[in-house]
Design a protein around this ligand. Structure first.
Ligand code: UGA
Length: 441
């Protein structure tokens, strides 16, 4: 018998999860309170950029395996319900807002007519799953048993389909054997492909997710702290990072020094983890994450400092081309984007900033309407006194330094991601500054 799956919340995570569940062969209904989002998804349109996802959604909506609705009652008959609503940073900055997950459970449970498993995927403060179990118990119709499980999601923006269908690992936080059996059935094909599985209690599963993101953030800030040392001593962080990464215990991943991390997850999650530790009375355990955050934010100021130095001490009236607005390549997401933050700081200091990004301009314009946006890299570069590479889209890495050298007023580049072919740019007569690297003429 084909399992039926509901996915509550069809934002970035939910839309991906719904499409991938359909790809695994299930009948899937995606539910969201936003009618515009549901209309878009039903027509196979995505309100954000994610490679490969629109095609997958269209294939399964056309085949009838996947549908979207605003009516949560239509999800009531599903065998397993996945909770994929957002947990944004609270306006006070202190922790994650779990009101949407609570509202999702409160919206669904009264419609249930038979025993059900609700599986949380959202990133939540530890302890949330138990609270949701209490909430579900209090709202369950007479004779219906609702169980909460937690199955954290580790997908990366820009690679969400691949990460969902072929994850590094699966984690099932469960309170009963029955819940484990249901989750094993849902992920049968993924497990059959040899994906490692960790089965744990609810609390540990919640902790895995925030710990993974905190660890990744720490790794990035660690190498960026080494970059600060390199800047003070004349060392080259790219050499240090490469040598460190060859130690199999350390590894190369997430050891790239540069402008640091941004996006809707890493910055938010480390702050929420610290806040939760404080609430639990163990804030000392995570005070180092404050440093991780600070080191990360310092990189943005450092790029502004370098830009100021490069143009002779004042940015006033200088034309600066900013390549990149998204927080990383392969996404149009500009949440907490280091690139946009730097662009805005340069403008505040009087520079004439022109920003270009292959996907994120519309989102960037909504956040920073006063910046000037170009329609192409060439337009951003025209007559620039200084070029800043701040998001390492392949389009920028493939620029011909000789050819673009003919567009700018001065061949000066700051490579905020240490991603350009240093020798190629220098050979073409560019003065090159990387982060955590000596100046190269
Ligand atoms: C991150 C995690 O990698 C996912 O596993 C997790 O599921 C997701 O958050 C989430 O919580 O939903 P994502 O935010 O898409 O995924 O972005 P990452 O690929 O992790 O990149 C984060 C930031 O780190 C980017 O700004 C990137 O430029 C920066 N970064 C990454 C570095 O500065 N150096 C590196 O070596 C690697």
């Amino acid at each position: 018998m084909t399992l039926t799956i509901s996915v509550i919340g069809t934002g970035y995570l939910g839309a991906t999860h719904a499409a991938c569940m359909a790809e695994l062969g299930y009948a899937v209904v995606g539910v969201d309170t936003d009618p515009a989002k549901i209309a878009d998804l039903s027509d196979g349109r995505l309100p954000f950029y994610e490679p490969g996802l629109p095609e997958l959604i269209l294939a399964h909506t056309s085949a009838g395996a996947l549908r979207f609705t605003t009516e949560v009652a239509e999800a009531a008959d599903a065998d397993v319900h996945f909770l994929c609503v957002g947990t944004p940073q609270r306006p006070d900055g202190l922790g994650a807002d779990t009101s949407h997950v609570r509202a999702a459970v409160a919206g669904l449970v009264p419609h249930l007519r038979r025993d059900a498993l609700i599986v949380g995927k959202s990133t939540v403060p530890v302890g949330t799953a138990h609270e949701l179990q209490d909430l579900a118990d209090s709202l369950a119709p007479e004779g219906v048993r609702v169980e909460i499980a937690w199955n954290p999601e580790f997908l990366r923006e820009g690679r969400s389909v691949e990460d969902t269908l072929r994850p590094d690992r699966l984690v099932f936080g469960v309170a009963s054997d029955a819940a484990e059996r249901s989750l094993r059935a849902v992920y049968e094909r993924v497990l059959g492909a040899g994906t490692p599985l960790v089965v744990s209690d609810l609390v540990s599963a919640e902790l895995v997710k925030v710990s993974a993101n905190a660890f990744l953030a720490t790794k990035i800030s660690f190498i960026n702290a080494v970059a600060e040392l390199c800047e003070a001593t004349g060392g080259d962080v790219t050499a240090v990072s490469e040598a460190l990464g060859h130690d199999a215990r350390i590894g190369h991943a997430f050891l790239k020094a540069g402008l640091g991390f941004g996006g809707g997850c890493l910055p938010k999650d480390i702050r929420a983890m610290m806040a939760r530790a404080g609430e639990l009375g163990v804030d000392q355990a995570l005070t180092f994450l404050r440093e991780v955050d600070d080191i990360n934010m310092r990189r943005r100021h450092r790029v502004v400092e370098l830009a100021t130095e490069e143009v002779g001490g004042s940015l006033l009236g200088r034309r600066v081309a900013v390549l990149g607005a998204a927080f990383k390549p392969l996404t149009d997401d500009v949440r907490d984007s280091p690139a946009l933050n730097v662009a805005a700081q340069l403008q505040l200091r009087g520079a004439g900033v022109r920003v270009y990004d292959p996907q994120a301009i519309d989102n960037a314009r909504a956040v920073f309407p006063t910046l000037t946006y170009a329609d192409s890299a060439a337009e951003a570069l025209a007559d620039a006194d200084l070029v800043l590479l701040l998001t390492e889209w392949s389009e920028f890495l493939e620029l011909d330094p000789e050819q673009v050298g003919g567009l700018v007023a001065q061949r000066r580049v700051i490579d905020g991601r240490n991603a350009l072919d240093t020798d190629g740019w220098r050979r073409a007569g560019w003065s090159y500054r990387g982060l955590g690297r000596p100046r190269m003429e």
